[in-house]
Structures are given as C-alpha cells and as structure tokens.
Design a protein around this ligand. Structure first.
Ligand code: FAD
Ligand code: NAP
Length: 577
C-alpha cells in the first residue's frame, strides 16, 4: 500500500500515460487514440524521435537498411516516404519521425521537455500516479514505458573531468547546433558503433584525433550509397510481402542467409563465401554461415577473416594488431562502418590502447593514461549506454505493497514476455528486457509489442477488467527460458552491454530474448489466444468473452524454413545477428 498516493487519488486523469516519444511512444499514442483512449505522453527531449533526436553525432545512421528500418502499419506511409540512402543518416530518420508526428497529429498529446521522475501504483484506486520534474502529477489506468533500450547515456566517472578546460560531449547527447572540431586536438573515448561511425568524419575536421580504445570491435563495411531507385520501386511494388518475409526472420529484417555450417565447408569455400557476404556488407555478413554464433571453431574462421581484412587496410602492423579483436565475432553488437579502418593510416590520427592501463584521469589540458599526458582541446565520450534498464533506473517506479522496480530487478530484470512484470499491474514495457528488442529490427519489435498491448487493453475494456498482471510462475518460467536460450549462443559468453558488463556493478544477465523474432511473436500470439495465459485480469464482469485479435492480426508469422530448419529450431539454434 502506498500511503502518499492513496491519500489523494480520486479519479483518473487519463486512460494511459506513455513515457517516451521515440518510435515506440509515437506509435503507442497513435494506436491508443484510435482505440478512443485519452492519452498523455511525457518526453524528456524537446521533440519526437528518441534515439534520433539525441544521437546527432557526425556519421550517425541506421545499420538496418532504410527500406526495412521504418514503420509498417500504414500502407500509404510506406508509399509516400522515400529514403535517399541505403542506410539513412540521422537527420533523415529524424525528419521521418517529424513527418509521423505531423501526419498523425501526435504532438498535441505530448508534453516535451518533461521527465517522468516517479510512477506509483495506487492499490485503492487501481491507478498509476505519474510525477514529473515539472511538478505535473497525473493519474492513469495504464502506465506504458516507451523509454528505449539505448537511451540512458553512460559517461564513466573519470577522475578530474571537471578540471578539463575544454568541452566534453557524449554521442548520445549531441548538441543540436552541431560541433565544429576544425583546428582542434580532439580525443574520443570508445570504439563501439557510435565511435566507429563518427571517427572517420571527426578525423576529417580535427587537427589531431586521439582514439582511446579499451576493446577493439569488429566492423563490416556498410557500402552505403544513394538509394537504388529500382530496388526501392521493386520493394514498394510489394511492400506487404517484403515486410512479411522480414518478419519471418529471427532478426525481423530480411537478407540472404546461408544455413549451412562453416565447418562443413572447405577453407577455400569459406573464403569465397565470406568474400561474397563481405561485398554485400553490414549486419547481413553474419548470414554467411549458419553456425557462426554457435560453434567457437566456426566463429574462429570468420574472426580470422575479419582480422585479415583489418590488416589489409591498416598500414602500420602495430596499429593493425591493436585494432584486431580477439573475442567472438558478433558477440558484441557487430559494427557497420564507412572508411573506419582507413582513418588509422592518417598521420594525425593516433590510437591509444587503454585495455591494460585504463584512462587514469582528466587534467586541465587533456587526458592521462599510463603516465602519458595527451593534450586535447575537446573530448567525445562514445561510451555507450546503460542498456535495456538504464532509463527504468532513473524513474522511481513503485508497484504493489510498496515494491520498487529497482528492488525487484536488483539481481537483473525479471519480466513476463519482456512486456510485463509481477507486482506492477497495468504496467507495460515496450521492447522491455526479455523480449527480442535490440537483437531484432527495432521498429517491427516496437510495432508488434504495441499491437499486442493495444489488443490487450482493448480486451480489458471488452470484459470490464480493471487490472491485468503477470503471474509469478509464468514470469519465472519466462526468465528461465530467456536465460536458457541465451546460453545456446556464443553471444552470452562475452562482456557486452547485452549482459550489462559495460557498466561496473551491474548484474550479469543476458537481457534481450535471443530465441528469434518469429518464435517470440508466436509465443505472444498463443498467450493471447489462450485468454492471456499467465496473466490475471481482475474485476472482469464478462469472464466468458474470448480475446478478439484485432491489431495483432498482422503478426501471424510463419517460421522461415529456408533458414530455420526444424532441426535447428529443436536444437534452439536460431540464427540471430
Ligand atoms: P528511444 O528512441 O530511445 O526513445 C525513448 C524516449 O524516451 C527518449 O526520447 C527518451 O528521452 C524518453 N524517455 C526516457 N526516459 C524518460 C523519462 N523518465 N521521462 C520522459 N521521457 C523519457 N535499432 C535498429 O533496429 N536499427 C538501427 O539501425 C539502429 N540504430 C541505432 C543507432 C543508434 C545511435 C542508437 C543509440 C540506437 C540504434 N538503434 C537501432 C536502436 C534504437 O534505439 C531503436 O531502433 C529505436 O529508435 C528505439 O525507439 P524507442 O522509442 O523504443 O526508444
Ligand atoms: P558501446 O557499443 O557500448 O561502445 C562504448 C565504447 O566505449 C566501447 O568501446 C567501450 O569499451 C568504451 N568504454 C566504455 N567505458 C569506458 C571506459 N571507462 N574507458 C574506456 N573505454 C570505455 O556504445 P555505442 O557505440 O554508443 O553503441 C551502443 C549500441 O547502440 C550499439 O551496439 C548499437 O546497438 C546501437 N548503435 C547503432 C548504431 C548503428 O550503426 N546504427 C550506431 C551507434 C549505436 P568496452 O568495449 O571495453 O566496454
């Protein structure tokens, strides 16, 4: 029981409050409105777009092809929007988000520049009390978190940062007016996707660029370029079919995939295959063979191929050695680059290894590591995010009996289907931990979750239920399943943000669901058709009304047998990039 909230709650201000106005929050608002619900959205940022509002660093772009990294819910939208490049740059994705906001008139229900600070479930009124940093305090039946998986920027607390005389930027909080590094001695910390995208462009501007690398990453060339108009026309001619094909893939996006094991091929055949997939570039490179993320020996062959590629580009063998990862290929999120390795042949770019001797401290004039002082005018932290749960951690979320989400998730997130968590009724998480989320194309992941939740809320109205809440045994089983599936993949073996290892002190838990998008969607559909199996609906007056599948109808996916043979599925070997 929560006495503060109990004292004052008398009525519901809104049917639903949504936290976040990225692609998840925007689509949720659109759907709930269609259902006739009153909705308030809160967004910390000054406008829509989420990831694409915040990550304005030079070179930011998607790594899922634009023809697939887009909403699919409106056939007109599919036809009217055109992408100018194979992988769209951030400004264009943000323009798309703005277009959505305008087309569906979303902004009138969104409070920008407003951060939700607390959400408390009032057990007497069965309502959520939502508080913000602007002193808003509203109540709603449903509290829907659209806070993003990669939205809580992580700036490590390096000693002496405040002494540094120049500016310190984070790629995930980039100034809206841009930054010009011309003539400057620039330092960048980190070599993940954000750094790998931005370094080639920053190197063009800066007088000198010093890259502080703790762990090298594998990067596959994007081969980005202007959109092939014939390709665009071909897809647009049958967009629904193309989307359906993509949904049947474990990743939720379509690309040629070879199910055959690398270990069955001769070295020459492997080389030819890797070359062919390398020439297509990007994340689909992982589709060269079916066992790359399951068999260490198979993975060694692709890792060695990638290391040879690095050595073929980087002139100085010592620098090339430093850039060559020795961990599992694709274990951390694979990076997709444009002229990244080439940059290290430029005389004004320096790579500093901080793997054994970490960054010691910032001083007024730069950064000190291993006793050496690097003089810098500006520093960029490309140091990533408190992934999956970081934005939840920033809100005081209190469910039944005063239980906080922080307490419940102390040893790692626990959810049922990544959408719901016991003790927190009418609390939904879009792409929450325990769902495919970041291991799949995020926009279909978002749409599938929203459609499921909207059908669920709609069912609650049909039957007159006041609350819906997951049950403990189902949640425990789901958590066990998520863990068990993750262990089948080599992905669970390295220290990535998927397991929270990028932030000291976080529990090591593999957070996204790695069983593949279609398997997951089928599970969600079954839960629904079985009358919301594993959930308890309280207050229902129409207990015999079966669930009507309306929004979720478009997610009846077939498993793509071309790449997911029955044997592969039964062995839990679902290929995922
Ligand atoms: P977000 O876009 O993160 O939006 C969440 C919003 O919630 C944010 O605007 C945030 O300000 C707001 N918020 C959080 N907490 C609060 C609070 N307490 N109060 C109010 N508002 C709050 N995915 C892909 O599938 N393909 C890609 O190519 C791809 N590229 C990416 C590139 C970058 C640089 C990054 C960082 C991520 C990328 N992703 C990609 C993942 C990307 O996050 C998702 O594709 C998608 O944009 C997520 O949308 P979302 O609405 O769920 O979350
Ligand atoms: P990231 O992958 O977590 O990379 C952060 C980098 O900072 C890593 O190199 C990390 O080293 C380093 N780092 C962190 N703390 C450090 C410290 N104390 N000292 C030195 N180095 C430190 O973050 P990101 O690059 O922002 O990418 C996050 C995710 O966002 C991606 O994996 C991807 O899913 C998404 N993204 C996608 C794209 C795209 O291509 N569309 C672009 C950007 C981001 P360690 O590896 O040693 O921890």
């Amino acid at each position: 029981m929560n006495s503060e909230a109990d004292r004052t709650v008398e009525h519901s201000d809104f049917d639903a409050v949504v936290v976040g106005a990225g692609f998840a929050g925007m689509y949720m608002l659109h759907c709930l409105r269609k259902l006739g619900l009153s909705v308030r959205v809160y967004e910390t940022g000054g406008d829509v777009g989420g990831t694409w509002y915040w990550n304005r660093y030079p070179g930011a772009r998607c790594d899922v092809e634009s023809m697939q990294y887009s909403y699919s819910f409106d056939a007109d939208l599919d036809q009217e929007w055109s992408w100018s490049e194979r992988y769209s740059p951030q400004p264009e994705i943000l323009a798309y988000a703005n277009h959505i906001a305008e087309k569906y008139d979303l902004r009138r229900d969104i409070c920008f520049d407003t951060q939700v600070t607390a959400a408390t479930f009032n057990e007497t009124a069965n309502l959520w009390v939502i508080e913000t940093d602007r002193t808003d305090r509203v109540t709603a039946q449903h509290c829907i978190m659209a806070v993003g998986c990669l939205s809580a920027a992580n700036t490590p607390p390096f000693e002496g940062m405040s002494n540094f005389k120049g500016p310190i930027y984070h790629t995930g909080h980039w100034p809206h007016d841009g930054v010009d590094f011309s003539g400057q001695r620039l330092g960048i910390i980190g070599t993940g996707s954000s750094a790998i995208q931005s370094i080639p462009i920053m190197a063009q501007q800066a007088k000198t660029l010093t890259v502080f690398q703790r762990t090298p990453n594998y990067a596959v060339p994007a081969w980005n370029g202007p959109m092939d108009k014939d390709y665009e026309a071909e897809i647009k001619a049958s967009y629904p079919d193309f989307r359906a094909k993509a949904r049947a893939r474990p990743t939720g996006f379509y690309f040629p995939f070879n199910i055959k094991p690398a270990l069955d091929a001769t070295p020459e055949e492997r080389e030819q295959q890797y070359e062919e997939f390398w020439s297509r570039g990007g994340l689909p490179f992982l589709g060269a063979f079916g066992d790359l993320l399951f068999e260490k020996e198979a993975n060694d062959t692709v890792a060695e191929f990638a290391r040879r590629k690095i050595r073929s580009v980087v002139n100085d063998p010592a620098v090339a050695d430093l850039l060559c990862p020795d961990n599992i290929f694709g274990c951390k999120r694979l990076c997709v680059d444009s002229n990244y390795y080439e940059v290290y042949n430029e005389p004004h770019v320096k790579l500093v290894d901080v793997s054994k001797k970490p960054i010691e401290r910032f001083i007024k004039t730069g950064i000190v590591t291993d006793g050496t002082e690097y003089e810098l005018d500006a520093v960029v932290c490309a140091t990533g995010f408190a992934a999956m749960t970081g934005s939840f951690d920033k809100i005081k979320i209190t469910g039944r009996d005063g239980l906080t989400l922080a307490k419940k998730w102390e040893a790692g997130p626990r959810t049922y289907l990544g959408m719901s968590t016991v003790g927190f009724p009418n609390f939904f998480m879009i792409t929450g931990p325990g769902s495919p989320s970041v291991l799949a194309n995020m926009i279909p992941s978002i749409e599938q979750h929203v459609d499921w939740m909207v059908d669920c809320i709609s069912h609650m109205r049909d039957v007159g239920a006041e609350t819906i809440e997951a049950t403990l045994s189902y949640e425990d089983n789901w958590v066990d399943h998520v863990n068990a599936v993750s262990e089948i993949s080599l992905r669970s073996t390295c220290s990535s943000w998927y397991v929270g290892a990028n932030i000291p002190g976080r529990p090591r838990v593999f957070m996204p669901y790695i069983g593949g998008f279609p398997v997951y969607v089928t599970k969600c559909n079954d839960v629904m058709t079985n009358g919301y199996e594993g959930f308890v609906l309280e207050g229902a007056t129409e207990t015999n009304t079966p669930p009507r599948i309306r929004w979720t109808d478009r997610w009846q996916v077939e498993l793509d047998i071309e790449i997911m043979s029955p044997a592969a599925i039964s062995a839990g070997r679902v290929p995922v990039v």
